[in-house]
Design a protein around this ligand. Structure first.
Ligand SMILES: O=C(O)CCC(=O)C(=O)O
Ligand SMILES: [Fe+2]
Length: 436
């Protein structure tokens, strides 16, 4: 339940009723990981988060049990630094009395957990310091004295002068650092690049219909098309998807679908033949891009529409959309139905945005420093392959974690088959995409 966020509460009610959903251990763990992810990605103030304050939205305050649980879950995943920060925040909350000790969870419980986390993080001398500090307040505590003796016995093998390493946050790889910065809207682009970008109304295959295009990047071209799906079309897609939603998969190395922590959302698939509205949405993509999305029993030109729903904390970490080497190695079926066999790679991606996200959830291109805002009724479009068919590494992208609200999108992957005379080769491999 989130106060001041009725849309979220309504979506949760619908999903709960439709799916007869009861949270299991994995769901609760997933929620803990998601909360830490949000704190990290959006550099949220941990004290406010504990008090239930996320930006201008108020939710329930976390309990000592919640925080110990969260710290335990992330520690188990190897994020000892995060566990330490959360446990320190809990100690501070109790000290400042905005959180009360709860049942068995007393200050000493937290101090001992924190000491254990310091040791796992490779700085056991910090554990001793912390425990000794507590023992000065409560000199008769036998458990703490025992912990100190135990850690000291381990420390004997480490020379004094090597016990200097300080608590360090883990270093993020470059891609992850850029991803998080772009999600926060901190992507840096030069003034000359920014001033070369433009909005215009683009000619389509029928003279009376022009599409409102904003170019967010040239080479490769990433565009946002405004007002390309209506509210009633959106309503239809969401309702049709609602009963079909299931946890999203990623493509495993063996070409089969796999569950993964890097993609947290729900997916449903709708073929164009399922309803005239879905068909119309496919035709509109053809009209604007000049590509074919036709679907056949064999060798379709595009995949079914994928409807995606991300809840709070849901995201899709950086990835390319192509199959790449899987295809080159001949493993081109990846469990594809006959309609997609021999359809080739994912030449292009069209992404309809079905809802504004209250906070977070942008689509970001990590090698281009581009953040695509989520705008209800708009759609992002880009080619994943260069005009000579090579994979375009610059199209690696991600769906940022949803901080508030929920995110609904629908993508259409347009395959190579059917586009041979629609997207022509350039004069050289790096030729840009001109007007279609
Ligand atoms: O949700 C988004 O913004 C991106 C989705 C995406 O990249 C995908 O489904 O492949
Ligand atoms: Fe993608």
């Amino acid at each position: 339940m989130i106060h001041g966020c009725p849309d979220y509460n309504i979506s949760m009610d619908i999903i709960t009723n439709k799916n007869q959903f009861h949270a299991g251990e994995d769901d609760v763990k997933g929620a803990a990981v998601a909360l830490v992810r949000l704190w990290h990605t959006y550099t949220l103030d941990i004290d406010k988060l504990i008090k239930g304050q996320i930006l201008d939205t108020k939710t329930d305050q976390l309990t000592p049990f919640d925080i110990l649980y969260i710290a335990g879950v992330v520690e188990e995943k190897g994020q000892t630094y995060d566990a330490i920060v959360w446990l320190h925040a809990l100690l501070k909350a109790i000290e400042e009395r905005y959180i009360e000790e709860e049942g068995d969870i007393k200050e000493v419980t937290i101090v001992r957990r924190l000491a254990a986390a310091y040791s796992s993080h490779g700085v056991p001398w910090e554990s001793v310091k912390l425990l000794e500090e507590y023992l000065r307040k409560d000199p008769t505590h036998k458990g703490v004295a025992r912990d100190i003796a135990y850690i000291n016995s381990k420390l004997r093998s480490i020379p004094e002068d090597q016990r200097t390493q300080l608590l360090q946050p883990p270093s993020l790889d470059d891609q992850k650092r850029v991803y998080e910065a772009l999600c926060r809207g901190e992507g840096k682009r030069s003034q000359s690049v920014l001033s070369s970008l433009k909005c215009f109304s683009r000619q389509t295959k029928i003279p009376i219909y022009r599409a409102k295009e904003e170019v967010l990047n040239y080479a490769p071209r990433v565009s946002l098309f405004y007002e390309v799906i209506s509210d009633s079309e959106i309503k239809y897609l969401k309702e049709a998807a609602m009963n079909l939603l299931a946890r999203s998969y990623i493509m495993g190395d063996d070409g089969k679908g796999a569950l993964a922590d890097m993609r947290v959302s729900q997916t449903a698939w709708l073929p164009e033949s399922s309803h005239p509205i879905v068909d119309r949405l496919g035709r509109r993509i053809e009209l604007i891009t000049g590509l074919s999305t036709r679907q056949y029993p064999h060798a379709s030109h595009s995949e079914d529409f994928q409807i995606l729903n991300y809840g709070i904390g849901g995201m899709y970490e950086p990835h390319p959309d192509w199959f790449g080497t899987l295809l080159a190695n001949g493993a081109y079926r990846y469990g594809d139905p006959p309609s997609l066999r021999a359809s080739g790679d994912r030449l292009a991606t069209w992404l309809y945005y079905l809802e504004d996200v209250k906070k977070g959830g942008a689509t970001v291109f990590v090698n281009l420093n581009v953040t695509v805002p989520v705008v209800k009724g708009a759609a992002a479009f880009w080619y994943n392959l260069k005009r000579n068919g090579e994979l375009d590494e610059n199209t690696w992208h991600a769906g940022c974690p949803v901080l508030l609200g929920s995110k609904w999108v629908s993508n259409k992957w347009i395959r190579e088959t059917g586009q041979f005379f629609r997207r022509l080769c350039g004069k050289n491999p790096d030729s840009l995409d001109g007007p279609l």
